[in-house]
Design a protein around this ligand. Structure first.
Ligand SMILES: Nc1ncnc2c1ncn2[C@@H]1O[C@H](COP(=O)(O)OP(=O)(O)OP(=O)(O)O)[C@@H](O)[C@H]1O
Length: 242
C-alpha cells in the first residue's frame, strides 16, 4: 500500500503530495508542496500576498487543475470566499438550498440558517443584507452540504473589525458543532491563533512553518503561549515585533 493510500485509509481528510503549479511556464507558484489535514482538523494558512495561498485553495476545491503532483480530498467540500457570491435574484434561503435537491434540504436549510443567526432574514434579497449577514448566508450555504472539508478564503477580510470578531466566534461555534476539516486562508495572525489547531506559513509556494496551536479554547490573547506563537508566526512572516 502506498503512503498516501495508507493515510487515506487511516482517515486523513486531505493529502497534498509534491504539488507544483506554474502559470504560463513561469516560476512555480506552488513548489513540490506536501500537506496533510486530518478529519476535523482546523488549519490556518498564512503567507504574504502572492505566496500561493489562493492557488492552493483553488486546487483543493477542484477549481484549478492538478498538473504536477497529487491531491486527495473528500468528495464533499465547500468553499466560502471573501465575497459572498450569493445570487442577487434569489432569496437568502433559495441561495442556501441552491443545487441541492434531496428531500430534507429545506429543513436542513432552516436549521443551518438558525445556526448562523439568520433565520429572521431567510426571505430577504441578498442586496439588502449587511456584509456580515451576507457572509453568514455564505457560511449557511457551505454548511448545508455537510462538507467533510470546508475551505474559507479570507472570509472576513472585507468586514469591519467588530463584525469580524463576531464572525470568528461564529466560525469557532460552527466548527465545534460540525467538526469538518477546515482550511482557513487569512492574513490575520490573531485570527489563526483564535481559531486553528495548526498554522501553516506559505512562502514562495513552499511551507516555511507548520506549527501546532495547542491552546485551550476559548482562546485568550492574554495567554502567554498565545503571545509566543504570535511572535513566532509574525517572525515567519518577516514582521519583527521586538
Ligand atoms: N490564473 C493565473 N494566471 C497567472 N498567474 C496567476 C494566476 N493565478 C495566480 N497567479 C499568480 O500566482 C501567484 C500566487 O497567487 P495567489 O493568488 O495564489 O497568491 P495569494 O497568496 O493567495 O495572494 P493574496 O494574499 O494576495 O490573495 C501570484 O504571483 C499570481 O500573480
Amino acid at each position: 500500500m502506498t503512503g498516501r493510500r495508507a493515510e487515506v485509509e487511516s482517515g486523513t481528510a486531505v493529502i497534498v503530495e509534491q504539488l507544483t503549479r506554474r502559470f504560463n511556464g513561469g516560476p512555480p507558484v506552488l513548489d513540490a508542496l506536501d500537506l496533510a489535514i486530518a478529519p476535523g482538523e482546523f488549519v490556518a494558512l498564512l503567507g504574504h500576498s502572492g505566496s500561493g495561498k489562493s492557488t492552493l485553495l483553488r486546487t483543493l476545491a477542484g477549481l484549478d487543475p492538478v498538473t504536477e503532483g497529487a491531491v486527495t480530498r473528500p468528495r464533499d467540500v465547500s468553499v466560502v470566499f471573501q465575497e459572498h457570491r450569493l445570487l442577487p435574484w434569489k432569496r437568502v434561503w433559495k441561495n442556501v438550498v441552491l443545487g441541492q435537491e434531496d428531500k430534507g434540504i429545506r429543513q436542513r436549510a432552516e436549521a443551518v440558517l438558525e445556526e448562523v443567526g439568520l433565520s429572521h432574514r431567510k426571505s430577504a434579497w441578498p442586496l439588502t443584507l449587511s456584509g456580515g449577514e451576507a457572509q453568514r448566508a455564505a457560511l449557511a450555504r457551505a454548511l448545508v452540504r455537510e462538507p467533510a472539508f470546508l475551505m474559507l478564503d479570507e472570509p472576513f477580510a472585507a468586514l469591519d473589525a467588530l463584525t469580524r470578531l463576531k464572525m470568528q466566534q461564529l466560525v469557532a461555534d460552527l466548527w465545534k458543532k460540525h467538526r469538518c476539516a477546515v482550511l482557513l486562508v487569512t492574513h490575520d495572525v490573531d485570527e489563526a491563533l483564535l481559531l486553528a489547531d495548526r498554522a501553516v506559513v506559505l512562502e514562495r509556494g513552499q511551507i516555511r512553518v507548520d506549527v501546532p496551536i495547542p491552546l485551550p479554547r476559548p482562546r485568550r490573547h492574554s495567554d502567554p503561549e498565545f503571545e509566543r506563537l504570535r511572535t513566532l508566526l509574525l517572525d515567519a512572516l518577516g514582521v519583527h515585533t521586538s
